[in-house]
Design a protein around this ligand. Structure first.
Ligand SMILES: *Cc1c(COP(=O)(O)O)cnc(C)c1O
Length: 395
């Protein structure tokens, strides 16, 4: 008999009933150190007092009004995003995949309005992840996600990640946009080198092609800059955001330049919930906290400490780990044992990590975790590595 929840998830046998900062409390009372943060969603940890305050204040005032009306909380958040980024304008969604939908629509509409109706192709990269909507799975194009769901949304050209020549060849006068994660998340924490992101920007400029960054996972302070592309000193024309932007409340956004957004006039797009007062009140507070230079400097200090510890861990346990990769507090441990063995053994040690493709274990802790919590995480990871190394040796 089919379970009452559609069985599309492989769930761990863990039931968390409460969150406190970097900790999740299981129904049986055990306290887990959370290096997953709901896959980079709980950017400020669990039950952050300022977010709880703003959420409850707004809940007592107004939850939802239609986008038929003015929404001051939405306006305030849009203004903050525009102030702190390349963007001139913002559309609010409820998720990453909805942001993907709009990014694709916006790019195609741009060329349509320019009279270049045939310019509809979107170039994307192997190992990428852009969500589970029809556009999202067609964009990523991985066999696992698209199998059985044909006909797929047409108009995507898939290039091997890191193949510069193929990328150059794929960008033609039919290409509407290039879509890329500055740091691949699901694909195994693979940062695009700064030089490559610059090169891609140049390629797009030469051909007029729009450049879309998917910063759903790597954005909102995760890499130690407000957005990951800032490290490379280049900007996109369109950017997808979600996950951390709501600090745990469902919220997403598409940011764009005035030029890239020029086709999106009244009536061309919409959302019932996108940008509702509750989500935007919380998102506004998240922005206030994360877009602060001192906060981001602190993220970088913590990231340096965690990374150094992880490099030591890898050096001491070469049978278990191959390398550390990633940027800021978006780190991956490339494993020599099965990554799920590391994730499961970490559960046994009350530590939460997240698997990714390419046999990687992801560490995406709350940006607010403390130095002491980093040390505790490293201690627990050492216990995990020691246990797995002993298993390997006896096998
Ligand atoms: C999670 C994710 C998405 C999809 O976001 P949803 O909110 O699950 O729809 C898209 N792109 C990237 C890079 C992601 O990590």
């Amino acid at each position: 008999m089919i379970p009452s929840i559609l069985p599309t998830y492989n769930r761990a046998p863990l039931t968390f009933v409460k969150g406190e900062g970097s900790w999740l409390i299981e129904a049986d009372g055990r306290r887990f150190l959370d290096l997953g943060a709901g896959i980079a969603v709980n950017a400020l940890g669990h039950a952050h007092p300022e977010l709880v305050q703003v959420l409850t204040d707004q809940a007592n005032k107004l939850w939802h009004v239609s986008n038929l009306y003015q929404i001051p909380e939405q306006q305030a958040l849009a203004d903050k995003l525009v102030e702190h980024t390349f963007a001139d304008t913002v559309f609010f969604t409820n998720s990453g995949t909805e942001s993907c939908e709009l990014a694709v629509k916006m790019a195609r509409k741009y060329w349509y309005d320019k009279g270049d109706e045939g310019r509809t192709e979107i170039v994307t990269f192997g190992g990428s992840f852009h969500g589970r909507s029809s556009a999202g799975i067609a964009a990523a194009g991985s066999e696992k996600m698209v199998k059985g769901f044909a006909p797929l949304l047409p108009g995507f050209t898939h290039i091997a990640w890191g193949d510069h020549d193929a990328t150059r060849a794929a960008i033609t006068d039919r290409t509407a946009a290039v879509l890329i994660e500055p740091v691949q998340g699901e694909g195994g924490i693979r940062p695009v080198p700064d030089q490559c992101l610059k090169g891609l920007r140049d390629l797009c400029d030469e051909t007029g092609t729009l450049l879309i960054f998917d910063e759903v996972q790597c954005g909102m302070g995760r890499t130690g800059k407000l957005f990951a592309h800032e490290w490379a000193g280049v900007t996109p024309d369109i950017m997808m955001v979600a996950k951390g932007i709501g600090g745990g409340f469902p919220l997403g956004a598409v940011l764009a330049t005035e030029m890239a957004a020029s086709g999106m006039t009244a009536g061309t797009h919409g959302s019932t919930y996108g940008g509702n007062p509750l989500a935007c009140a919380v998102g506004g507070k998240v922005m206030d906290i994360v877009a602060d230079e001192e906060f981001l400097a602190e993220v970088n200090r913590k990231a340096g400490h965690l990374r150094q510890g992880l490099e030591g861990l890898v050096a001491l346990h070469p049978q278990v780990f191959e390398e550390v990769r990633g940027s800021g507090l978006m780190l991956g441990l490339k494993c020599r044992v099965a990554n799920m063995d590391v994730v499961n053994n970490a559960y046994d040690n009350e530590l939460i990590t997240v698997p990714a493709a390419d046999n990687v274990v992801r560490l995406l802790p709350p940006l607010t975790l403390s130095m002491a919590e980093i040390d505790e995480a490293l201690t627990r990871l050492t216990t995990v590595a020691t246990a797995l190394a002993a298993q390997g040796a006896s096998a």
